[in-house]
Design a protein around this ligand. Structure first.
Ligand code: 0A1
Ligand code: ZN
Length: 889
């Protein structure tokens, strides 16, 4: 969509559609240059809505004919609408014939080609780029799809549902006819046509039904699909066991494509995946890739119920399906991880991701509620707020009604709404109705502010111990800072899971004033006013509070704890999340103090010894040690500051890393040696935790070598890089060399490229590593600029564009925010270049400037100039225009 047609869409303006489309018969004569689409629909006027014209959506289409009940009718085209004024009152048949140009579709929305095959992406509004339609999620129809194509070039023809028929046609063409028995919105339509091969597996579900599972990929990639297939089977088993939700189709297909805007898409029975979220082998994918694939395969599969069987009434309700489905995939990953410690590691990783991406969003120019009130371009709202914060909101329902209560609530939700397009309010009502009298149901209106108020609430906690009365009074206050368009916020419902520890680290029984006895060692208190006090009794000494355990609400907590308190928590807290949190707070306090005072960071021995104790701890898992010893990210540190100087933050973090590297050198050596894995590769949590810690240790040792002049560890890293039996260790060793700017980095990078030059996903890692290399004297930035000229680089492939450009602009603050503004100039150029190819990808890159108003000078003025340069381009896409306008508001 280009300028001039961009309008602000408001949630409060929702109107039911004037027509329903009950069935759609689509015929595709597939040709990359010009595909012919014939759509035969059965329509019915919505009796609840006044008479009016039929207005269909369409973009970049060439209409050939329009028939109603077999007769040609006159129609008008206005902007992106095709309008038919004279429509019968009774039900009628509408036939539209049009063409589209898949080969020219670089936006990757609608029908497009990639690697010589056809794919579709219809969420959110891509179907209107295929044919004219009421392309909105509350219009649900039953689809029958006939595909016709050249048999030699496109031997595999897929669409949603069940295969009815297939066979040969004249002129070397063939056909396949598919029927999906479930009514669905157009955003869940999909087709795939190409030269693909499949891994197949038959499974039997609890009800005794047999199903065929297929994972389609390009020839040569088949051996990289085993992990995805296993993940799919595990997802099917889990959803039946945990929520009683079975697979409802005879056939469930998954397809990989290398040009894709997002991770994957949940089209009914035909999920389409970015190959980066599907393909894995030990030699080419890291532990993190294996984990990501498992979670995305699960996510898309889980959408079959939360998204497809029950869908969204309108796009403002996006978090209804996304927040809930992220919650479900996070729960799945935790259950798959196994024991308490591995579950905690999953939780820590999820929270770290939330803080790195959603917290900045919530305090930046694009801040929006989980259920937004307005948008220009819905594609701009597939955000960490809608997804990850949305998942935290669903998690709070579970915390407030309990696990069993949440399962009951979900059951009622499906009983009430299966087959419907509904709202976040409907979801809240179902969970509350299934749990009358619960902590949720008694405060439902207040709880729903999580959907309507943007911003991350700040919670301040202060405790006062009264030795004479043996009471501890915990006072909690909440405040949600202003966000664009929302000056004043009301208090929200904040469940605070907590425990109290003695100074020696013992868990203390929790008895609130007025209670007859203690209610265990952990409990959830609910803050739902601006300020509340909770009095704990029967405490013989001043306790150390462990608050917000497991990150029980998506808030920023100021608990005012001293270093001594944090050290107690780090050593003794029964909640592994809060042990990790203590490690991060200890580090953060020191880094912030240095940045705020403008002085060089000097780590104290208390901190170093605490870190040493974690590293040497005989019982803690390697995965936990890795997370506790990894310093907070530079973006997260920036979030804590009112005025952000990215260079000062970078300098403090680098100083902390190099001092930790030096002070713990012997311990790093021991950790490295102790966490070697013999035997074959498996991506299980224990092995991947060990590899993560060994990689961290190696990076510290190579970093310290850069200081001391030692050549042994860079040499060992290079050797490990060469000999590694899996990508996690190979990339770990390569990163250690590259990030430390070691001399051996160059030959290692060259060798890596040579080894993997034919594997696009691995070459993406090669670009990303260089895009994210910590800055040293401008070298990292210069390298990225140079790499844009590399023969393997292209902006046309989203994975490749992200691997280099987003790595620099979004994940490498010290290389990006330069005093000479060259980073911002580069950003503006790339946003504009990308916008001409793929507005969705351009718009995501545009968001690198979301937080420009918090930058210190000279960055702030230079950033503004670059944003204005982009804004001055007359024909920006509405995607980029919305982001840029918001940045300038
Ligand atoms: N619904 C998918 C994500 C998705 C959204 C939009 C897309 O194109 C604009 C593609 C995929 C999911 O949550 O997995
Ligand atoms: Zn999703």
């Amino acid at each position: 969509m280009r300028e001039g047609t961009a309008t602000l869409i408001r949630r409060e303006d929702y109107c039911a559609p004037a027509f329903w489309i009950r069935t759609v018969d689509l015929t595709f004569d597939l040709d990359p240059a010009k595909t012919l689409v014939t759509s035969k629909m059965q329509l019915e006027r919505n009796a609840a809505v006044a008479h009016g014209a039929l207005r269909l959506h369409g973009e970049e289409l060439n209409v050939l004919r329009v028939l109603i009940n077999g007769e040609s009718v006159s129609f008008r085209q206005e902007g992106h609408e095709l309008i038919i004024d004279n429509v019968p009152d009774a039900d009628f048949a509408l036939e539209i014939r049009n063409t589209c140009a898949p080969d020219k579709n670089t936006a990757l929305s609608g029908l497009y080609t990639s690697g010589g095959s056809f794919f579709t992406q219809c969420e959110a509004e891509g179907f209107r780029r295929i044919t004219y339609f009421l392309d909105r999620p509350d219009v649900m129809a039953i689809y029958t799809v006939l595909l016709r194509a050249d048999k030699a070039k496109f031997p595999v023809l897929l669409s949603n549902g069940n295969l009815l028929d297939s066979g040969d046609l004249d002129n070397g063409r063939h056909f396949a006819k598919w029927h999906d028995p479930f009514p669905k919105p157009s955003y869940l339509f999909a087709l795939v046509a190409g030269d693909l091969v499949a891994r197949e597996q038959r499974v039997r579900t609890r009800a005794g039904k047999d199903h065929l599972l297929q994972v389609f990929v390009r020839r040569g990639d088949l051996e990289k699909t085993e992990h995805a297939m296993n993940s799919l089977i595990a997802s099917i088993v889990w959803d039946e066991a945990r929520f009683g939700l079975p697979l409802d189709l005879e056939r469930f297909m998954v397809v990989g494509v290398s040009d894709f805007n997002m991770g994957a898409m949940e089209n009914k029975g035909l999920n389409i995946f970015n190959t980066s979220a599907l393909l894995a082998s030990p030699a080419t994918a890291t532990d993190a890739d294996f984990a990501r694939i498992e979670s995305i395969v699960a996510h898309e599969y889980f959408h079959n119920w939360t998204g497809n069987r029950v869908t969204c009434r309108d796009w403002f309700q996006l978090s209804l399906k996304e927040g809930l489905t992220v919650f479900r995939d996070q729960e799945f990953s935790m259950d798959m991880a196994g024991g308490a410690s591995a579950r905690a590691v999953c939780r820590i990783q999820d929270v770290r991701a939330l803080r790195a991406s959603q917290f900045p969003e919530d305090s930046g120019a694009m801040a929006h509620p989980v259920r937004p009130d307005t948008f220009v371009e819905i594609n701009n709202f597939y955000t960490p707020t809608v997804y990850e914060k949305g998942s935290e909101v669903v998690r709070m329902y579970q915390t407030l009604v309990g696990r069993a209560g949440f399962e009951k609530g979900l059951k009622l939700y499906f009983e009430r709404h299966d087959g419907q397009a509904v709202t976040c309010d409907d979801f809240a009502a179902a969970i509350a109705a299934a749990n009358p009298g619960s902590a949720l149901s008694t405060r439902l209106d207040n709880f729903k502010r999580w959907y309507s108020q943007a911003g991350t609430p700040r919670v301040q906690a202060r405790g006062v111990y009264d030795a004479a009365a043996q009471t501890y009074t915990l006072t909690l206050k909440q405040h949600n800072p202003a966000t664009p368009g929302q000056e004043h916020k009301l208090p929200q419902v904040i469940p605070v899971a907590l425990g109290l520890l003695s100074a020696e680290g013992q868990a203390l029984p929790l008895q609130l004033q007025g209670e007859d006895q203690a209610a265990g060692l952990e409990r959830v208190i609910v803050l739902d006013e601006a300020e509340q006090s909770f009095v704990f009794t029967n405490l013989a000494s001043q306790p150390v509070p462990s608050l917000l355990r497991g990150f029980s609400a998506p808030v920023v907590l100021d608990d005012g704890l001293s270093d001594a308190d944090l050290l107690v928590l780090l050593q003794h807290d029964a909640d592994a999340f809060n042990r990790w949190e203590a490690s991060q707070r200890l580090a953060l306090n020191r880094i912030l103090a240095a940045v705020r005072s403008g002085s060089a960071l000097q780590l104290d021995s208390a901190f170093i010894e605490a870190m040493r104790a974690v590293l040497r701890h005989p019982e803690l898992d390697a995965a936990f040690k890795d997370l506790a010893l990894t310093l907070p990210g530079e973006g997260y540190i920036a979030e804590q500051l009112e005025v952000v100087d990215p260079q000062a933050i970078h300098a403090a973090v680098e100083a902390a890393r190099s001092q930790l590297a030096q002070a713990l050198r012997e311990d790093w050596i021991e950790a490295f040696e102790a966490n070697q894995i013999q035997g074959g590769y498996t991506p299980d949590p224990v092995s991947s935790g060990k590899r993560a810690l060994a990689n961290l240790a190696l990076s510290m040792l190579v970093l310290d070598a850069a200081r001391s002049g030692d050549t042994v560890w860079p040499g060992r890293a290079y050797q490990r890089f060469k000999d590694a039996g899996n990508m996690t260790e190979r990339l770990g060793a390569l990163s250690a060399l590259v990030n430390a700017h070691a001399e051996l980095a160059e030959p290692a990078l060259a060798r890596f490229h040579e080894l993997f030059k034919d594997d696009a996903l691995v070459i993406d890692k090669w670009f990303a590593l260089q895009g994210r290399t910590p800055e040293l004297d401008g070298k990292s930035f210069a390298r990225v600029k140079q790499l844009t000229q590399h023969p393997d680089f292209t902006l046309k492939n989203p994975n490749r564009a992200r691997s280099l450009i987003s790595s620099l602009c979004m994940f490498n603050p010290a290389a990006f925010h330069r005093a000479d503004a060259a980073g911002y100039v580069f950003w503006a150029e790339q946003v504009l270049a990308l916008d001409a190819i793929n507005p969705q990808i351009a718009s995501r890159l545009a968001r690198a400037m979301d937080r420009w108003t918090t930058l210190a000078q000279p960055y702030r003025s230079a950033a503004l100039e670059a944003i204005r340069r982009v804004a001055a381009k007359p024909d920006l896409s509405s995607d980029v225009r919305e982001v840029i306008d918001r940045a300038l508001e």
